[in-house]
Design a protein around this ligand. Structure first.
Ligand code: SF4
Ligand code: SF4
Ligand code: SF4
Length: 173
């Protein structure tokens, strides 16, 4: 079945409906831009200042500024329920995980553990390999997508990636 996308997604060529990283507990992307009124309350509420106005002024997470600690302030400040915490989604605030690119220093024989040091989920470990160096090993099952590892990487080798999730709320405008 074809994915439903909204006008905003169409205009920016996001035919998979996966483009922006919305703040945690955002409703499904195909209704988010209909419900969100771009009031900026979530931006103002975020104590870590990681939410920025994205395309057309809709809020997006900027992981280059740091990771999310899931404090819930943005969702509590949202007047429209575009960010919406329920009993069923509280443990799953969003649908993306980290991905390590081949530019990772450990993949290239250089000692670096910056990302592993900040990962509270212990999703990033380093495996010793022949020759004494250590290779990065990201356990995507453990990753909660907080993004803490993105900004600390000295070579920008970590990016966030969307994953499919059936739990995301669909709210009709
Ligand atoms: S949960 Fe807290 S830290 Fe994360 S984006 Fe919302 S306000 Fe910012
Ligand atoms: S911080 Fe970056 S370069 Fe260092 S181990 Fe992690 S991904 Fe690799
Ligand atoms: S995004 Fe995933 S791998 Fe990176 S710090 Fe957060 S839990 Fe760890």
């Amino acid at each position: 079945m074809a994915k439903r996308i909204n006008r905003m997604q169409f205009l920016r060529g996001d035919f998979e409906g996966e483009g922006a990283f919305r703040p945690p507990w955002a409703i499904a992307e195909n209704t988010f831009t209909d419900i969100c009124d771009r009031c900026d309350q979530c931006l103002k509420a975020c104590p870590l200042n990681i939410i920025k106005p994205g395309i057309a002024g809709f809020p997006e997470i900027d992981f280059s500024r740091g990771g999310c600690d899931f404090c819930e302030s943005c969702a509590q400040a949202c007047p429209t329920q575009a960010l919406h915490i329920t009993d069923s989604n509280i443990e799953m605030p969003w649908q993306h995980i980290a991905n390590v690119k081949t530019s990772c220093l450990s993949e290239n024989g250089v000692v670096c553990r910056c990302c592993g040091d900040v990962c509270e989920m212990h999703a990033i470990r380093f495996k010793l390999v022949v020759g004494g160096s250590a290779l990065i090993d990201l356990n995507t099952e453990e990753c909660n997508g907080c993004g803490e590892c993105v900004s600390v990487c000295p070579v920008q080798a970590i990016e966030m990636q969307h994953v499919q999730n059936a739990n995301q709320l669909e709210i009709n405008p």
